[in-house]
Ligand binder design. Structure first.
Ligand SMILES: C[S@@+](CC[C@H](N)C(=O)[O-])C[C@H]1O[C@@H](n2cnc3c(N)ncnc32)[C@H](O)[C@@H]1O
Length: 354
């Protein structure tokens, strides 16, 4: 099962997209804002940020961004809608305890709680999720997962989604180590991440289009901020380094806009369009205002940049998408670890004897 890899095919373009009326206005209309916050947080550059962690988290925790979380959840569900369980791929049987780190609005945790009424699902986030009702087996907590964890129950599954930019390399290593330590032997870790780069497999997106500047600009800010944005490409190695085995992955192309012929991709692209339209300002504001080049940007500069990007994003002639990747892996049983250690020490002895 090691390194299972299912690449997404090239997405076929819908030739009728310029003619159809169905998506012409509807797919561009804003979705309604959801939820309201419990805490006031920190207001900066017109956005609200969490204050639980001393270390700033780059994405705002406000109503506008919560709308983005909701849309991101839907994109992930639509992209896996042909599976009985679109929420995760790890082969978890009869789970008792599941943890969702950086739960956001708790969408994933709530859906998983509905799916496994016998299990306890904990969702944890820096900002109190503005939800008024959760299933009785779902607990949403406020905590900083970069610090020492205090949960006692060995987990069957630990899940993360769209945590890009939340940590530096050392914090990521420490987080995966804590995941490993808090899973029961045979338990699973799973993470789904997306890339900030706008991709295009044909020449429909001009080389000099401003959408192509987004990924490089944000990634450079992420490097300067010591919040690497390449999470999508580092998960496999990080899982292996933490000691996980049976590492599997599924790669996706999340369309941006309704340009695909296939209905699933068309729907995903439509929702992903909203994901980006509502999300871009929040994804960029902190990074560009603190780490923008050649010098930190002003709030107004970010707003103008995002307005230009949004304008381009509305063009359904661009066959654009972002890469996403789901990686899942298992914590080995003690006998597997012992066998691995024995094999390692035999290799060392052989080397010494050579
Ligand atoms: C982009 S959102 C994704 C939310 C959710 N996982 C989803 O996919 O809908 C990332 C979330 O991680 C949370 N987060 C970031 N750093 C965290 C930390 N150190 N401890 C707990 N939560 C954190 C943020 O507050 C935010 O709600």
């Amino acid at each position: 099962m090691d390194n299972t890899h299912e690449p997404e095919d090239k997405i076929a373009v819908d030739p009728a997209i310029h003619l159809t009326k169905v998506y012409s206005d509807d797919w561009q209309s804003e979705t309604t804002s959801i939820g309201s916050s419990l805490y006031r947080g920190l207001e900066e550059n017109g956005r609200r940020y969490q204050t639980l962690s001393q270390k700033e988290y780059l994405i705002p925790s406000d109503e506008k961004q919560f709308e983005t979380y909701e849309a991101g959840h839907l994109v992930a569900l639509v992209m896996d809608s042909d599976y009985d369980n679109p929420l995760f791929r790890a082969p978890v049987k009869n789970p008792k305890h599941i943890l969702d780190l950086g739960t956001g609005l708790g969408n994933w945790a709530i859906d998983v709680a509905d799916m496994f009424p016998e299990a306890t699902i904990r969702g944890v986030d820096l900002f109190p999720p503005p939800v008024t009702w959760v299933p009785p087996n779902c607990i949403l907590e406020v905590d900083n997962i970069a610090e020492e964890w205090t949960w006692n129950e060995p987990q069957d599954l630990i899940h993360m989604r769209i945590m890009i930019g939340a940590f530096d390399y050392n914090e990521w290593d420490r987080l995966y180590k804590q995941c490993y330590d808090n899973l029961r032997p045979g338990g699973w870790i799973e993470q789904l991440e997306a890339s900030p780069y706008v991709e295009c497999d044909d020449d429909s997106l001009p080389e000099d289009n401003i959408l192509r500047s987004w990924g490089p600009a944000l990634s450079a800010c992420g490097e300067r901020a010591n919040r690497p944005l390449g999470t999508i490409d580092m998960m496999q190695d990080a899982f292996r380094k933490a000691g996980f085995v049976d590492i599997c992955e599924k790669e996706y192309k999340w369309p941006l806009g309704p340009w695909a012929r296939d209905q699933k991709y068309k729907e995903a692209g439509t929702v992903n369009y909203h994901h980006w339209m509502s999300g871009m300002e929040g994804w960029a504001m902190w990074l560009l205002c603190k780490f923008g080049a050649p010098e930190p940007w002003t709030q107004d500069e970010v707003i103008v940049y995002v307005a230009k990007l949004r304008n381009e994003l509305k063009n359904p002639r661009y066959h654009i998408y972002e890469r996403a990747r789901r990686v899942w892996a298992r914590k080995p049983f003690p006998e597997e670890i012992a066998a691995r250690d024995r094999a390692d020490s035999e290799r060392v002895i052989l080397k010494i004897e050579e």
